[in-house]
Design a binder for this molecule. Sequence first.
Ligand code: C5P
Length: 313
Amino acid sequence: MPRPTVPPSAPVVRVRAPGKINLALKVGPRRADGYHELATVFQAVSLFDSVTAEAGRDGRIEVAVAGPGADAVGAVEDNLAFRAADLLRRWAGRPELGVALQVDKAIPVAGGMAGGSADAAAALLACAQLWGLTVSRDDLLELARQLGADVPFALVGGCAVGHDRGDRLTPALQRGLNHWVLALAEQGLSTARVFQKYDELSPAGDPGSAGPAPLDLMAALAKGDPVRLGAALVNDLAPAALALAPHLGRVVEAGRSLGALGTVVSGSGPTVALLARDGAHAIDLAVQLSSLGLAQRVLRVSGPVPGAHLVPA
Ligand code: C5P
């Protein structure tokens, strides 16, 4: 993860941050703070939102959002990029700092790929750089944690195991690159709603346990074996996501019948990820999946890729 560095006050700063797929998502009991205990394995994939920061007027934080699904992003004050900038200036004791943020979205909104979290991670890094603040890696991760469970991973990227709320990260050993086909849905799903459905579907009195990250999956990653990886993909939230969006069942079924190595709902859905053998297989799967007309859009991505990073503005 790059640290914001001096020289400060570049007039325009741009940061890109990736979306993620959860290769494994094991859910434990709901805690007193309302979050569920998780054991998850994240992989950052080559679908990036970008946040461009310019000096703002009169200490104001302004946010403009563009790209597919931008209309579905909530009011400015609820926007995670806004909250990231505001949290950072309060943490720095500089409430007078202002910024104009332009968020360009490529990661599906409410798609289970942590697009909002990517925007928060990118805004943290962009504002720290624009305002010339020196923020340690640990402080950035702590601020990220306060913004949401997936924000630390958007900063770090690569491949990592997440515990607690998914926000205590350990790097995971991964060999090679994975090629994915993503089926995007028309309607997003609220993460909170999917976790609530998960609770409704769980047997009373059996809160389960998140457990450790699945060993077969970790071994497949370390070996760079996509066949074993495909067989080990797992998401405890899938039944809840499918209960709320039943058409996803047809996408998962299509992934199986088209010969994907594995098919998994990403995070809380509704994006479904199909694992391909290699780049050529991914092209083949994407063409076949598109022709079935089950997804609003079909994209090809690969991972792992780095977390939030500065790019030329
Ligand atoms: O952290 P974030 O704001 O992205 O989470 C959105 C919602 O998803 C939380 O308010 C909570 O209801 C649910 N959630 C959960 N357990 C987690 C992560 C998220 O219950 N580990």
